[in-house]
Design a protein around this ligand. Structure first.
Ligand code: OAD
Length: 246
């Protein structure tokens, strides 16, 4: 039984300012592994060996092959009912923003347009030397790191690695939309990686009603206004239905 409070019912309407932060959990039901927990990527791989620029410089082919493997998983799956429910929210609500830590692109594939990708996008690549972006690569399937056709530099995935800054314009916009939101959802994130984790907290401090959806409690659960425990792909469609937005 999902508890829809009066506040949630009243605030989830076409004229409200609504913002959402998502993490790996929203894509779990699509078959994309999360990072933490027993089955998470970081229980099998060491971030320091794979997700940082030093690892890439010392062993570019290994890092590239790992990202190719993750791309293959993502290409084989599609958005789940949780992604589709958020796309529906954007259709119905005029002031709707979706902030995501995910690099899988599944929100856009579901139809969301107003998306702030804090940690980049795994399908996009860029040259580490001249910064040229590549949406398409000469040999998409190769496990060997490709080289830039302009300058010969190595091409890397356009994702944020440990120790790197987030894209500043995107993080600023994310804080802005959180600050002006009346209703804020934190969905499928362990809420431990900064600065993303402070966005829901900041939204509530600025006056938003804060709803968390997760299969288990997180570090922010005691702080939120409403914690809905369960799978986002099951809870979000019910919320839409109950609030007359389905
Ligand atoms: P985590 O793997 O840390 O957390 C995933 C969260 O999703 C956990 O709290 C799970 O309980 C929850 N979850 C799992 N399945 C769910 C479901 N079906 N419905 C709802 N919740 C579910 O992933 P993130 O919080 O996204 O950063 O991790 C944040 C960042 O840490 C990532 O963006 C990545 C990683 O290091 C970078 O790579 C820069």
């Amino acid at each position: 039984m999902i508890e829809i409070t009066d506040e949630l019912r009243n605030l989830l309407n076409p004229d409200s300012a609504v913002a959402v932060l998502t993490g790996a959990g929203i894509s779990a039901e699509s078959g994309v592994p999360t990072f933490r927990g027993e089955e998470g990527l970081w229980s099998k791989f060491r971030p320091e060996e794979l997700a940082n620029v030093d690892a890439f410089m010392s062993n570019p082919d290994m890092v590239w092959a790992w990202y190719q493997h993750r791309r293959e998983i993502i290409n084989e799956v599609g958005p789940n009912p949780g992604h589709h429910a958020l796309a529906r929210m954007e259709e119905k609500i005029h002031d709707f923003s979706l902030i995501t830590q995910n690099v899988d692109g599944l929100h856009r594939r579901a139809g969301n347009k107003n998306v702030y990708e804090l940690h980049g996008n795994i399908q996009r690549n860029k040259c580490i030397d001249c910064g040229k972006f590549f949406d398409k690569l000469p040999d998409e399937a190769s496990d060997k790191v490709p080289e830039c056709d302009e300058c010969g530099g190595k091409i890397r995935p356009d994702v944020v690695w440990f120790g790197e800054m987030l894209p500043q314009d995107i993080i600023h916009r994310a804080f802005e939309v959180a600050e002006k939101s009346a209703l804020f959802f934190s969905i499928g994130t362990s809420a431990v990686v900064q600065p993303a984790a402070s966005i829901p907290v900041m939204a509530k401090q600025a006056g938003a009603y804060l709803v968390e959806i997760n299969v288990e409690p997180t570090v922010i659960t005691s702080y939120v206004d409403l914690f809905l425990q369960g799978k986002s792909g099951e809870i979000l469609p019910v919320i839409l239905e109950e609030c007359g937005l389905a």
